[in-house]
Ligand binder design. Structure first.
Ligand code: C2E
Ligand code: CA
Ligand code: CA
Ligand code: CA
Length: 278
């Protein structure tokens, strides 16, 4: 019996060793990739569906693959989270975004950027101060940076989230809850979220996919945004019927393949910001 327990302990010790070894290799590989410029940020336009004008853009992380393509493997963000690099890589994304905003500002272009921030990243103790430092260093004008908080249902300490978000919001950062409506185990979570200082909700693609026929969830979330006085941005619009239904419900800003896929910085500038298109 005693031997069993020792055996179990040894096995669990070995498992932990293997796991931390895997994390170390993964951490090393990801940091090397970052050093070797194998990460990039791409931009997906957010458009006014009535005028088709671009009003802002979402920053999406891409990684160069062995075949030369730039994609975001489904497991990349979870892998980054698991080996503890989400704060480091997330800050790189934020700094690249500020760099773009500063360049646009110097060219007289006013185009806000939405950056994804995982709940875990948001609750990192240095998140607030490091972002405030970036905003100051790049002299970012108020309202130009929007944080899309992903996996917000995993915010188990709303008080802490509020203490991070308040000063950021004071500094002109706007806050949106991403994938709103996904993964909420109970209404209690929604109640917590009501306490967060946020400006907008993002209607997840999974609620847009079935439009216009299957509109129950989309209707609820649009109703909540109205009740709470929040802006709403819809994502994943692929056809005109979805666009029409959303417009009818009063949603005007959206992103999706119907308008554009994510573009490289160069492509985005050329298509939406070059003089001939202004
Ligand atoms: P998300 O925030 O829900 O981002 C929207 C995803 O939907 C993006 O996938 C985008 O390329 C894709 N998409 C947009 N429009 C359409 C459409 O019309 N049809 C279809 N089929 N797809 C569309 P992507 O770039 O693969 O990103 C996946 C997720 O990874 C994002 O989901 C976001 O949660 C996360 N992510 C991306 N970049 C970052 C980042 O820098 N930091 C963090 N923490 N998460 C990120
Ligand atoms: Ca997002
Ligand atoms: Ca998401
Ligand atoms: Ca989504």
């Amino acid at each position: 019996h005693h031997d069993d327990e020792i055996g179990m302990l040894v096995r669990s010790y070995n498992r932990n060793q293997q796991m931390s070894q895997r994390h170390l290799t993964e951490e090393h590989d990801l940091l090397t990739a970052l050093d070797n410029h194998q990460f990039a940020i791409w931009l997906q336009p957010q458009v006014n569906m009535q005028t088709r004008e671009v009003v802002s853009a979402e920053v999406l992380l891409r990684m160069k693959q062995p075949d030369g393509s730039w994609t975001l493997p489904d497991d990349l963000i979870p892998r980054i989270e698991n080996c503890g690099l989400i704060f480091t890589i997330g800050n790189w994304v934020l700094e690249e975004s500020c760099r773009v905003l500063a360049r646009w500002q110097s060219q007289g272009i006013t185009m806000p950027l939405c950056v994804n921030i995982s709940a875990h990243q948001l609750l990192h103790e240095e998140m607030g101060s490091s972002l405030l430092e970036l905003l100051a260093r790049y002299r970012i004008q108020p309202g130009m940076l929007i944080l899309e908080v992903t996996e917000s249902h995993r915010i188990d300490d709303p008080k802490k989230a509020v203490s991070v978000l308040r000063p950021l919001r004071k500094a002109g950062v706007r806050i949106a809850l991403d994938d709103f409506g996904m993964g909420y185990a109970s209404l209690r979570h929604l109640h917590h979220l009501k306490a967060l200082p946020v400006d907008a909700l993002k209607l997840d693609k999974s609620f847009v996919d079935g439009l216009p026929e299957d509109h129950a969830m989309a209707g609820v979330i649009i109703g909540m945004a109205k009740t709470l006085g929040l802006k709403l941005v819809a994502e994943g619009i692929e056809n005109q019927a979805q666009c029409d239904w959303l417009l009818k419900e009063g949603v005007t800003v959206a992103q999706g393949y119907l308008f554009s896929r994510a573009l490289t910085l160069k492509e985005f500038d050329a298509q939406y910001l070059s003089a001939t298109h202004q």
